[in-house]
Design a protein around this ligand. Structure first.
Ligand SMILES: Cc1cc2nc3c(=O)[nH]c(=O)nc-3n(C[C@H](O)[C@H](O)[C@H](O)COP(=O)(O)OP(=O)(O)OC[C@H]3O[C@@H](n4cnc5c(N)ncnc54)[C@H](O)[C@@H]3O)c2cc1C
Length: 391
């Protein structure tokens, strides 16, 4: 099932394809293809963002008043679908997709004027400081403290699993500004420059040997009160608002279709039948059903309706399918999967098998995280149980 496009939308699709053909270089595609981490390759994403920024398209979901293209949700969907088909890197979402809408709604004029242009140009690179050791699904229990001292807050504590903190110039954080009230009522949303004295981080290496996540530490870090987003102690509402912007315009099914096509190529070359082709066909059928669900959801969002718990369903389904495809790919390369394990740590050693297969094991291992980050699978199921089943 395809989304029915108007004549103007078809014209827009042609324009997007023309840009991709002209500007997306084989080097950028190769960098991205050789990456197995959740957010993709930082260098490829930055190169692609620079190209889009020149065209005024870096803020894919941004309204024109803030420097975005002001696209409809269908235009975003078309843009994202074509980018997936051409193998373009995903832009790093932490600033552009997650923090930006928060600044549109809760930022002061001065904050909007200062931060938004630097986000589009990638002069600022953001990371997200929500989770802490012991506070993930139960985020409201977070302990990082920000105590007011004149026109500054003094921040102490630690953030966990911070994706790309090693590249970030800034971090948006949830901090505790009142511990005398119920947990949600004492949280504030604070922007912190990573270069401020007292901010440090250490890498956490994944099973695949990649450095994507970190632990960040704050030791008496002085943060201007002017960096607060929204009123003090109302950070929980700001944090919840950020989540709404995950909705609409994404083209997850197309990305999975591309993954499925590489699996089909691997299986085509595989001698004999090991039950893998049958399982791949079953996965493909589930993918078709998911693509149909995504199109229906997209039509709903385009008509201004709230997708509700369908977003949770899509998150569960997409992560399950990604994991299933990555598992089948690893089974398809069979014995080669072991020497390819920890490929980054062993990068200088000669390896075996086809170069194109060498990201498969790391991809499989990193893919385990997709049912944890952005709201764990069980937590999404709780949302569905409450809002759909009324449990
Ligand atoms: C690769 C990766 C990147 C990440 N990047 C970031 C980042 O940039 N910034 C950031 O702030 N965080 C980040 N996170 C953290 C992520 O948001 C948390 O890992 C996630 O919210 C789960 O929290 P937790 O790890 O504390 O696990 P827990 O919340 O302790 O969950 C452990 C298990 O218990 C289950 N569980 C928890 N509560 C319930 C419940 N009420 N009912 C049923 N089951 C439950 C969970 O589903 C899970 O299976 C990242 C995580 C990963 C893996």
């Amino acid at each position: 099932m395809e989304l029915t496009l108007t004549a103007a939308e078809r014209l827009f699709q042609t324009e997007v394809r023309a840009l991709l053909k002209a500007e997306l270089t084989p080097e950028i595609i190769a960098l991205e293809n050789n990456t197995t981490t959740s957010l993709g390759n930082n260098e490829a994403a930055m190169a692609w963002q620079a190209i889009l920024h020149k065209r005024g398209w870096a803020g894919v979901a941004w309204p024109s008043e803030f420097g975005g293209p002001g696209w409809t949700s269908n235009q975003r969907y078309i843009f994202n679908t074509e980018c997936e088909k051409f193998g373009a890197p995903s832009l790093i979402p932490l600033g552009l997709k997650m923090l930006a809408p928060v600044i549109f709604k809760y930022g002061t004029k001065a904050q909007q004027d200062y931060y938004l242009p630097k986000m589009l140009s990638a002069d600022h690179y953001w990371c997200q400081g929500y989770s802490e050791p012991g506070s993930g699904s139960d985020l409201a229990s977070l302990k990082t403290r920000a105590e007011r001292d004149g026109d500054h807050y003094v921040v102490n504590g630690t953030k966990m699993w911070t994706t790309h903190a090693q590249y970030a110039t800034h971090i948006f954080c949830l901090v505790r500004t009142n511990s005398q009230v119920k947990p949600q009522a004492g949280i504030s949303f604070l922007l912190i420059d990573m270069a401020t004295p007292g901010v440090t981080f250490k890498p956490i290496y994944t099973l695949a040997g990649d450095h994507e996540v970190n632990q960040v530490f704050f030791d008496n870090v002085q943060v201007p009160v002017a960096n607060l987003i929204g009123p003090e102690n109302e950070g929980w509402n700001v944090a919840k608002y950020l989540l709404e912007f995950e909705r609409g315009g994404s083209a997850v099914a197309t990305g999975l279709r591309v993954e499925m096509a590489t699996l089909e190529l691997l299986l085509r070359d595989l001698p004999g039948e090991h039950g893998l082709k049958k399982r791949a066909a079953e996965t493909d059928i589930e993918l078709l059903a998911m693509a149909q669900m995504e199109t229906t959801l997209q039509a709903k969002v385009a008509a201004g309706k709230n997708p509700g718990a369908a977003s949770s369903l899509m998150k569960i389904k997409a992560s399950a399918l990604k994991q299933a495809i990555s598992a089948l790919k690893m089974q398809a390369i069979a014995n080669y999967s072991l020497p390819h394990n920890n490929r980054l740590m062993l990068a200088d050693l000669p390896t075996v098998g086809r170069p194109s297969d060498q990201t498969i094991t790391a991809g499989y291992l990193n893919e385990r995280a997709s049912s944890i980050f952005g709201g764990a699978r069980e937590v999404q199921k709780n949302i569905i149980a409450k809002s759909v089943l009324g449990l």
